[in-house]
Design a protein around this ligand. Structure first.
Ligand code: NAD
Ligand code: MG
Length: 382
């Protein structure tokens, strides 16, 4: 019976989520054991049976052989370029190493770049694909929860510079995204929780039913149950796809894609203060930022306190950080506010925030008084 159950699991049909944009349409395929079936899933969409896989050392050790084997089975020839794991690989020198290796072999215009890894690999490989020969076909195989629900959908690619994160980049939509939830079984728990914060965020921005679903199923998501993960990734990608379809290039100043930054102004300030050194994961900063965005909205009289209480209760129940005092580091209010003022989203010197009228009702505000933010941070123990 074990074998029967295993083969049932293997043959379970993946969920296909279509993403329809003005100049591109593609599927996000979500399910179990997709990496080992990648050849069959990708063969219909690749313009040529040739691919270059970009991955990192951690992911290569776990999933590269299975991916290459499955590509080979369908006659897709591939070679792999592996970078060091971590944010520091999203840089100009790695970009140069990769493009150099690709061009040296005389890459053809129809060869597909496949990103196999988390958001770092996705952003980096996507930028390589967007710029090499003015654009190569691109496929995302995200292997972290964050990249499955966030970075692999929407077409933003890029690298960091000494002047800040993601400052060199391009919009480049993939041909296809394969979100294999089986790959999440090897992800460190802390990374899983960090990705989950972006799912909770989606619900809080504009999908109250998704937040309600999280309240019921969060435990099961964080225990990496494959069916619950598939459903969580599907809902979060569907939400992001709707937002991206309405505002593909973040040209709307206030609503649209900008709302995806709920909780991020606070989160980025905390990350920046720690120097992006990995002590605080992005999703952990977002988790704290979500509660602070609700608390700020309550302070401004815009959101019922019950909604803040529900958000905080869920974060606490999931053992996610919800307050600055949950971190073993101290911050100065003035430093955090200075970071918020430097945030690239600032316009005309006003503090700009995504606020909420309640769960699932986010909006952009450009004139939040710095004093209110100051008082909130002091109250939060900063
Ligand atoms: P990451 O890519 O650094 O992955 C986190 C760690 O997990 C790495 O050490 C990686 O090697 C390891 N890993 C990946 N998959 C694994 C697996 N299945 N099993 C075991 N280990 C695994 O980090 P991330 O959180 O996925 O992505 C963060 C990046 O995403 C940031 O650079 C951020 O700017 C970017 N991002 C981009 C967008 C976008 O729209 N393009 C959106 C959000 C975030
Ligand atoms: Mg984010």
């Amino acid at each position: 019976t074990t074998r029967v159950i295993e083969s049932l699991a293997l043959s379970r049909r993946p969920v296909r989520l279509p993403v329809t944009l003005e100049h591109a349409a593609y599927d996000v395929v979500i399910g179990t054991n997709l990496i080992s079936r990648a050849g069959a899933l990708l063969a219909p969409v690749l313009p040529q049976k040739k691919a270059i896989i970009i991955t990192d050392e951690n992911v290569a050790a776990l999933y590269l052989p299975a991916l290459q084997e499955s590509l080979r089975e369908t006659g897709i020839e591939s070679r792999a370029l592996t970078v060091a794991p971590g944010e520091q690989s999203k840089c100009l020198s790695t970009y140069e190493t990769l493009t150099d290796a690709i061009l040296k072999e005389g890459v053809e215009r129809r060869t597909t770049i496949i990103a196999l890894g988390g958001g770092v690999v996705g952003d980096l490989a996507g930028f390589v694909a967007a710029t090499t020969l003015r654009g190569l076909p691109f496929v995302q195989i995200p292997t972290t929860l964050l990249s499955q629900v966030d970075s692999s959908v929407g077409g933003k690619t890029g690298i960091n510079t000494r002047w800040g994160k993601n400052l060199l980049g391009a919009f480049h939509q993939p041909l296809c995204v394969l979100a294999d939830v089986s790959a999440l079984s090897t992800l460190p728990h802390r990374e899983l929780v960090a990705g989950y914060a972006e799912i909770v965020k989606s619900g809080l921005i504009g999908d109250a039913a998704l937040f309600g679903w999280c309240e019921k199923n969060g435990d099961s998501v964080l225990s990496a149950d494959p069916d619950t993960l598939t459903e969580a990734v599907r809902q979060a990608c569907a939400f992001k796809a709707r937002v991206v379809a309405a505002d593909e290039r973040e040209s709307q100043a206030s609503n649209g894609r900008a709302l995806l930054n709920l909780g991020h102004t606070f989160g980025h300030a905390l990350e920046a203060e720690l120097g992006y050194d990995g002590r605080l994961l992005h999703g952990e900063g977002v988790s704290i930022g979500l509660r602070l965005a609700f608390a700020l909205s309550v302070r401004l009289g815009l959101c019922p306190p019950e909604d803040l209480a529900r958000v905080e209760a869920h974060l606490r129940a999931m053992k996610m950080p919800a307050s600055i005092t949950d971190l073993p580091y101290s911050f100065r209010v003035a430093d955090l506010i200075a970071h918020m003022q430097r945030d690239k989203k600032m316009q005309d010197g006003r503090l700009s925030f995504i606020l909420v009228n309640g769960i699932g009702r986010a909006f952009t505000s450009r004139d939040v008084p710095a004093e209110t933010v100051h008082d909130l941070l002091v109250e939060d123990g900063c």
